[in-house]
Design a protein around this ligand. Structure first.
Ligand SMILES: Cc1cc2nc3c(=O)[nH]c(=O)nc-3n(C[C@H](O)[C@H](O)[C@H](O)COP(=O)(O)O)c2cc1C
Length: 205
């Protein structure tokens, strides 16, 4: 049975474009994988705290140097990484906040981007350990960035893509919805993305 891990990060639980597109993606995924299981990690309904100094100490400690404090501080990381590793495909929905991702999602990444668990250094180079796990990304923002002067302030798409690739994931699609302040533009762009999602799954069918 195939498993999709869906991760939502918009603070808006109603009227959110990124969650809405993730719903659409999930529906299509279920159509193609009727027996498949969706694990829904909603980073707003169940918040992830910031990592602490003890978490970092636990990440870098040799097994024998761990204390009850570092073991406790890395327990959530263990859980999130196990969940990520056990899923076949991952869907991430992300609104742009202040030129980058929401801190809800950044907090999650801080727990899963972990040395010797999801990446390692070999000859000073970072090697991902997630074996080309497929990830689909949906990003949403109010502004128009692509092909405009604003493009240099767009740190959301390149950041997400980079950090996932550094963990060894394969970004299958990065679907980017821009212009959500103008309902007409937003709805038009949303339809284009829904059509792309249709084509992703019709290719698979
Ligand atoms: C705190 C905050 C910061 C934001 N910063 C930006 C930004 O830097 N650039 C931008 O284009 N949109 C920005 N937005 C707009 C959101 O990206 C936009 O409303 C988007 O539709 C939110 O995603 P959602 O519809 O899934 O909630 C910001 C919104 C909030 C609430």
């Amino acid at each position: 049975m195939k498993t999709l891990l869906r991760i939502d990060s918009s603070l808006r639980t109603e009227g959110s474009y990124s969650r809405n597109l993730a719903d659409y993606f999930q529906t299509m995924w279920k159509t193609v994988n009727p027996a498949g299981k969706v694990i829904h990690r909603d980073l707003v309904k169940k918040e992830i705290p910031h990592i602490t100094n003890s978490t970092i100490a636990g990440f870098y400690a040799a097994k024998e140097d761990n204390t009850s404090e570092t073991v406790k501080a890395t327990a959530l990381s263990d859980e999130l990484i196990a969940e990520l590793k056990s899923s076949d495909e991952v869907l991430i929905s992300s609104p742009m906040y202040n030129c980058s991702i929401a801190s809800t999602l950044k907090a999650y990444i801080d727990y899963v981007f972990r040395i010797n668990h999801t990446f390692q250094y070999v000859n000073n180079e970072c090697h991902g350990l997630l074996n080309n796990k497929k990830v689909f990304i949906i990003t949403v923002k109010v502004g128009l960035f692509k092909g405009t002067k604003m493009e240099r302030y767009e740190f959301q798409n390149p950041y997400l893509k980079s950090v996932l690739e550094l963990m060894g994931m394969k970004v299958e699609y990065l679907l980017s919805l821009e212009g959500t302040s103008n309902r007409e533009i937003a709805e038009k762009n949303k339809t284009t993305i829904e059509n792309t999602i249709n084509s992703i799954f019709s290719i698979k069918m």
